[in-house]
Design a binder for this molecule. Sequence first.
Ligand code: ZN
Length: 339
Amino acid sequence: MRGAVLYGPRDVRFEERETPKIMKPTDAVIRISATCVCGSDLWPYRGIQPMAQPTPMGHEYCGIVEEVGSAVTRIKPGQFVIGSFFASDNTCPNCQIGYQSSCQQAEFVGGAQAPLLRVPLADGTLVATRDVPSENSIPNLLALSDVMGTGWFTADAANVKPGKTVAVVGGAVGLLGVLSAKQMGAERITAMSRHETRQKLAREFGATDIVTERGDEGVERIKELTNGIGADSALECVGTQQSMMQAIQSTRRGGYVGYVGVPHGVELNVEQLFYAHEHLHGGPAPVRRFLPELIDLVWKGKINPVKGFELTLPLDQVAEGYRAMDERRAIKVLLRPTR
Ligand SMILES: [Zn+2]
């Protein structure tokens, strides 16, 4: 089997890797229908996040179950399934309260940029669709695996409710945060973006306003749009000091910040936070909590999360996929293994 391996900064190779197989009775092996390059893959790709050794890449996946271990009862070969980047048993106390990404048995699922993938804790991790989906809906279902599931969690964590005002900071996840906020009934959604194509998409997903300024000026603009008090909810989907401060400062007293950008060098001043009177809630999205509901929304055609922003490439062109994301020629790259 050939799959993507990151060797170092800007060095992704499509090369021979060991074929995944059942290692524990709770595993499944799935044949990947589609996978993605994630914004978070760009941290090690750009050398910002150091790596100890060459690493198989990819953590967004959907596909057909090939084989299951002897202890797997719910998931069956032939089913079309979607999972998230953390395997979870879906039964422990943390899973039971909806934090499957903090499962007591959580295991990172990596190496999905390949034709086959081993998924641990298959019964808890994977959610099957009612039928094998049409080719057209595969990109939308794949999006639920991370980018859409994470966007949804940000809005949920930021307590987005009907009639609320929402400010959104961030790329592909941010766009889907906009879509999620719209679905949840937010009245005014401001996307903070300087990129024309992203602004246009944000509007299509439900943004009512666009703010192009950053820093203090960006915060001022949000205040102007919210009667001087700030947004009820802010969604932080980048993970830099600047984006985190943008979100915190754009939020009103008593408001909520949902943050899902993997933090890189972000430091908060607790004294400032103390007087800001805000709720902060974030972390690796417990995508598994939302999968059944989101699959239903896609199945009924109520959400279309990859509406025109994905670039689809054959899996063997994965290196070009990373380049396109790195150079901002694509917002999200989808990879399809060829048969
Ligand atoms: Zn658990």
